[in-house]
Design a protein. Structure first.
Length: 405
């Protein structure tokens, strides 16, 4: 059990660190894109002819005057701050979490035998391959010379194909985190492989006393804008494990595409708004997409037993006693959800949910039904081999009022 406690604390500390540095990266990214879109062009009061735009702002009780140069200032200032470690540490902590949660426990979190008959080791190698391939394909698209509209369309089609394929290869939860890992890797690789090298070329040219080539800066700005549009989809994936109604649904891949599309439209709305171009229709479209996603999520999942067929049968539905239900809970759920869990990955009951007493079972009746019947996301990876008949039993018990007498 000590090993499980250590892993839990590693998970907590890594997740906290990932959140801290992620906020720093996203915050700086959002700010600089906002700054670019709000610059006064031409500048109101340029210090020299090389200034492309400026902005006056007030924040925290002080006034600020920001300027952006067309290429570079006449003389490099000291010190010159580089925004890179926010991105690097976000990816490093995120990848460490991926290894700790999903690779070490691949048989639980990545593999679902009902989806694809693969081993945990195979799932890890496939995951790494997709992460690498996603960056290569995206980078090649950016190097085609196409404009951003065509790059965006081609990238979206690739993402749709990847979501569909991966959702039919990994568990629902694993597929979502895999897509998020791919997009997060694209974002940090943009910083590491394009944005920082482009900035370095500008700085080195000034240090040599040469006039910098503007092309590296233009390419870096393009990748920075791409990162800006990927941010909201990646943030959703970070939260998605709290919502099994999405990843656990039969059409979880379609829900992910819909939510990603809404996130991109919302980001585009704010980018246009920051340029003084109102486009409320984008928010309307995003809301309609989310409403459609909610409607799809409400449709019958592949996991729900065939209640209609059972109720229409000539045979009456046999009532379920609480003792029958409790036997299933003890056999299939109490390995984790009890005051003293037996599973090595659960030193304590996940989220404090325990099924040791009739009162506790009744308290969590709706969640038991949601997770075992509506979404079929529990037991996790069906480690305890809960049968369809047992899921139907839970369904009948819940629909009859979830009694404990």
């Amino acid at each position: 059990m000590m090993e499980a406690y250590i892993l839990e604390w590693l998970n907590l500390l890594l997740r906290w660190a990932h959140l801290i540095v992620g906020i720093a990266w996203i915050g700086s990214s959002f700010y600089f894109v906002w700054l670019d879109l709000n610059l006064n062009v031409p500048p109101r009061d340029p210090e020299d002819e090389g200034v492309a735009g400026d902005l006056w702002a007030v924040h925290g009780g002080g006034f600020y005057h920001a300027q952006k140069y067309k290429v570079a200032p006449g003389e490099l200032p000291k010190p010159l701050h580089w925004f890179k470690w926010e991105a690097y540490t976000t990816w490093l902590t995120g990848f460490a979490l991926l290894v700790l949660m999903y690779y070490v426990n691949a048989d639980i979190y990545l593999v679902d035998k009902a989806v694809a008959d693969i081993t945990g080791a195979m799932a890890v190698w496939i995951s790494l391959g997709f992460i690498l391939a996603s960056w290569i394909i995206y980078d090649l698209l950016c190097r085609t010379g196409w404009n951003d509209v065509w790059i965006g369309l081609a990238g979206f089609l690739f993402l749709v194909a990847a979501i569909y394929f991966i959702s039919h290869l990994f568990s629902g939860r694993g597929a979502y985190i895999q897509i998020g890992s791919m997009l997060g890797t694209i974002m940090v690789a943009n910083v590491l492989m394009v944005i920082i090298p482009g900035q370095r070329e500008l700085v080195q040219a000034k240090q040599r006393g040469e006039e910098p080539d503007p092309l590296p800066g233009i390419r870096a700005n393009q990748r920075s804008v791409h990162n800006n549009y990927l941010t909201l989809p990646v943030l959703f994936v970070m939260l998605s494990h709290h919502y099994p109604m999405t990843y656990g649904h039969e059409y979880g891949w379609l829900l992910l595409i819909a939510i990603f599309s809404a996130g991109v439209l919302i980001r585009h709305f704010f980018n246009l708004r920051n340029q003084g171009r109102a486009a409320p229709v984008l928010i309307v479209i995003a809301l309609l997409i989310l409403i459609l996603a909610a409607f799809i999520a409400a449709l019958k999942s592949r996991a729900i037993p065939d209640r209609e067929a059972a109720t229409s049968s000539a045979q009456p539905v046999e009532p379920v006693s609480f003792s029958q239900l409790q036997h299933v809970i003890v056999q299939r759920c109490n390995i984790c959800h009890s005051a003293e869990p037996d599973h090595p990955t659960a030193p304590v009951a996940p989220n404090g949910v325990m099924f040791d007493t009739p009162e506790q079972i009744r308290q969590w009746a709706q969640r038991i039904h949601d997770r075992t019947v509506s979404n079929r996301t529990m037991p996790l990876a069906n480690l305890t081999q809960m049968t369809d008949e047992e899921r139907r039993l839970v369904d009948r018990w819940y629909m009859a009022g979830a009694g404990v007498e």
